[in-house]
Ligand binder design. Structure first.
Ligand code: SAH
Ligand code: SF4
Ligand code: F3S
Length: 475
């Protein structure tokens, strides 16, 4: 995967595009008589879903094409998290539907969170769309495709309490063969007032722990060395094994995956400040291959705003969690998400978010202007009353401070030696420079020498920018 499509953790851009980047899926799947083009938006969970869809379509005889103009089926897997993400999708749909002029038999389908949020209304708004399938409806794609081929509009936006696609092995498409992503749970039971996810993804459910371990093991056998376990709130992972009458929590799952092989790095995203436990931190300590990195979204540094957001923790709670992480795992990188300009946020409350950046010196963060989403508790109860220019100015202030600390932290790495997993040639100088990551997930660039993708090397850091460390391989 390249940087822009690992939205939960790996996009080093301080901007709003994290959940709006599009990536068309490229991969090993050959073309066939019928071919499908898939473009994905949103979080890593959505990208993973596209890979499940690719497997299901493959079973139906579809190959994958990277050129939508020659596709028999164009699918766009969508995100609703912010208005901007939905606008992007509508622009793309306009381009895709123009293909139908030359190829009237081509079908166009909208998958994912926007399909779930808008349901049949989307058919009214986007007349050329043939299929609408929500995140829990992908198993019905074969039947829906038959309906659509027969000229009917096909819709499945039913949410499920059980569906985890546990038995479907995702077709790895946009991948570098080193970094793998495995969905461990679906949906979300929290009701953060700003957030559309509980409406688009439904109730939280945890996937069979053994199917997760089997998928990770398979990835390891295929050469993957860095796996991120994905969920909206991984700390509330909880799977009941009915046959053995036993249960697996997140700390136990982490251990099961870490035990696959010491050369397999394990990461996870996202953690919720109210739910992350000491158990998880101790498990991280126990295994060298569980990466020392926690994505701990703050959302706001002000307790009144956090309460309005229904985050169920306050400023002091977050600070205490942060302190506990630092106490147990001092080398741990903590990254975050912050929403700027939430309903009624005052200048002083914004200062509280800034001062939390001073306190936590986040390694990295994603910063978003609040975007009101229809149907959410915040949209129903509060006014989106912070003017756009104020949101923008506050965002700029947050980003400036965050960059300042990213740079300081990266400069502190100069002179240190890190164990780095080699990911491949760098983007800027692919001939001579390679890149990889350390346990903290910092990007490290170094002159190539004799190394292979997927290998661990030691790198002495000799320079740093806010987003990248530079060094040379040492023995
Ligand atoms: N489950 C994760 C977050 C998933 S959404 C968690 O609870 O931490 C990713 C991020 O998008 C959120 O952390 C939040 O910062 C941002 N976000 C969600 N809804 C938003 C909205 N309406 N406007 C702006 N940003 C939003
Ligand atoms: Fe949204 Fe909150 Fe659930 Fe995260 S925890 S997905 S922000 S409702
Ligand atoms: Fe977007 Fe849905 Fe993920 S709204 S962030 S694609 S869960």
């Amino acid at each position: 995967m390249n940087d822009t499509i690992n939205p939960l953790i790996q996009n080093k851009e301080h901007d709003e595009t994290r959940q709006g980047e599009a990536v068309s899926l490229k991969g090993k799947v050959e073309k066939k008589a019928k071919n499908c083009y898939v473009e994905s938006y949103g979080c890593a969970l959505n990208f993973n879903d596209s890979e499940i869809v690719a497997t299901l379509l493959n079973q139906e005889g579809y190959g994958i094409t990277t050129d939508f103009k020659e596709a028999d089926l164009i699918l766009i897997n969508t995100c609703s998290i912010r208005e901007h993400a939905e606008q992007k999708v509508r622009e793309r749909l306009r381009i895709f539907t123009s293909v139908k002029k030359n190829k009237p038999s081509a079908l166009i389908g909208v998958l994912g969170c926007m399909a779930e949020r808008l349901k049949e209304d989307l058919l009214e708004q986007e007349k050329m769309v043939d299929l609408i399938v929500g995140p829990d409806g992908y198993r019905s794609l074969p039947e829906l495709l038959k309906e659509a081929e027969a000229g009917h509009k096909a819709v499945n936006v039913l949410l499920s309490r059980e569906e985890t696609y546990a038995d479907i092995s995702p077709t790895r498409l946009a991948t570098n063969g080193v970094n793998g992503f495995v969905t461990i749970m679906r949906g979300c039971n929290n009701m953060c007032s700003f957030c559309v996810v509980p409406f688009t993804r439904g109730r939280e459910r945890s996937r069979d722990a053994f199917s997760i371990v089997a998928e990770c093991k398979q990835l390891f056998d295929e050469g993957f060395r860095d796996i991120t376990l994905l969920g909206q709130n991984v700390d509330s992972y909880h799977w009941k094994n009915e046959t053995e009458n036993s249960e697996v929590n997140f700390a136990q799952l982490l251990e099961m995956v870490a035990l696959i092989h010491p050369d397999l790095r394990v990461r996870f995203s996202s953690s919720h400040p109210k739910d992350i436990t000491d158990d998880v931190l101790f498990t991280m300590l126990k295994y060298e291959n569980i990466c020392k990195q926690i994505h701990l979204p703050l959302q706001s540094g002000n307790s009144r705003i956090l309460e309005k957001m229904n985050r169920t923790y306050d400023r002091e709670w977050y600070m205490a969690k942060y302190d506990r992480i630092m106490e147990l795992i001092p080398e741990c990188a903590v990254t975050t998400d912050i929403i700027i300009g939430f309903c009624s946020e005052t200048e002083e409350e914004h200062q509280d978010s800034l001062s939390m950046i001073d306190y936590c010196r986040f390694e990295f963060g994603y910063y978003f202007k609040y975007s009101e989403r229809g149907g959410t508790p915040a949209q129903k109860k509060f006014d989106d009353d912070v003017p756009e220019e104020v949101k923008q100015r506050r965002l700029d202030e947050i980003i400036a401070k965050a960059r300042h600390y990213s740079l300081i932290r990266n400069k502190e790495a100069i002179g240190k030696i890190y164990k780095v997993l080699v990911e491949g040639p760098s983007h800027r100088k692919p001939e001579t420079e390679w890149n990889g990551r350390n346990t903290q997930n910092q990007m490290v660039i170094f002159p190539k020498k004799n190394v292979q993708k997927g290998q661990y090397i030691n790198v002495l850091i000799n320079d740093a920018s806010a987003g990248t460390l530079f060094g040379e391989i040492v023995d």
